[in-house]
Design a protein around this ligand. Structure first.
Ligand code: ADP
Ligand code: MG
Ligand code: MG
Length: 252
């Protein structure tokens, strides 16, 4: 589904990703772990096509095509969803309005008919149960005045409604108490499917107790320096990142 080869990327002219290679197949859940500032959010933003990130070398293929040629909105329509580390507030735009516009844009791109108000509400209420968000949230401005945990849940709701093929969750666990973490994890787990790939970016092992990944990768100094199964996350928790990070410059 996603094939990243020797990816180099800069932010404001500063090299951040320095030869990152990663393959993700449909049905898989990958965790990307790594020290602060190692480039995890940069990777997520480059895949989503966010402004300000320049790819200087390497390749990103998505469903067999060159992802880097697509503008961000086309990436979203092609089934890529990014849940941000810091979800944005959009005063004056209701949650329900944004969700409906987003879901119908994706349906249109897939050649499916748009949902009318009734069918949309049915879908969104079903998904709200899944992520345990009260219905009043629908009519509030997007993320405005939401607590950290509510914002994260709202991101999971967006993901549940949009049914992406490739979901990237950037530190969806940060700032969550244990109950909110479980709700978010249940929501993500309920979206696991053979047709969908999920990439979890996380600094801590904790989330991976609830969302058990198929693969764990360590990103350090702009590259994947170690890959393994779930046990790698447990080992990192015990030994810290210094255990793998010193190898980051090898082979340059
Ligand atoms: P992580 O998510 O792993 O903590 P980031 O991808 O956010 O790491 O950041 C990687 C590096 O890029 C850091 O050194 C950070 O300071 C730098 N960086 C990120 N965004 C910007 C920006 N907009 N301008 C300049 N430097 C940035
Ligand atoms: Mg960070
Ligand atoms: Mg980050």
């Amino acid at each position: 589904m996603l094939e990243i080869t020797n990816l180099h990327a800069t932010v404001d002219g500063k090299p951040i990703l320095k030869g990152l290679t990663l393959k993700v197949k449909a049905g898989e859940v990958h965790a990307i772990m790594g020290p602060n500032g190692s480039g995890k959010s940069t990777l997520a933003n480059v895949i989503a096509g966010r402004e300000g990130y320049q790819v200087t070398e390497g390749e990103v293929r998505y469903l067999g095509g060159n992802l880097l040629e697509l503008p961000p909105e086309e990436r979203a329509r092609a089934g890529i969803f990014l849940a941000f580390q810091y979800p944005v507030e959009i005063p004056g735009v209701s949650n329900v309005y944004l969700l409906k516009a987003a879901v119908n844009a994706v349906r249109k791109a897939r050649g499916e008919p748009e949902l009318d108000a009734m069918d949309f509400l049915k879908l969104v209420k079903e998904k709200m149960k899944l992520v345990q968000i009260p219905e009043e949230f629908l009519y509030r401005s997007v993320n405005e005045g939401f607590s950290g945990g509510e914002k994260k849940r709202n991101e999971i709701l967006q993901m549940a409604v949009l049914e992406p093929k490739l979901a990237i969750l950037d530190e969806t666990d940060s700032g969550l108490d244990i109950d909110a973490l479980k709700v978010v994890a249940d929501g993500v787990n309920s979206l696991r499917s053979p047709e969908r790939a999920i990439v979890l970016v996380t600094h801590y092992q904790r989330l991976l107790n609830y969302i058990v990944p198929d693969f764990v990768h360590v990103l350090a100094q702009g590259r994947i320096v170690q890959s393994g199964g779930r046990e790698l996350a447990l080992e990192l928790e015990k030994k810290g990142y210094a255990w793998v990070a010193p190898h980051a410059d090898e082979g340059k």
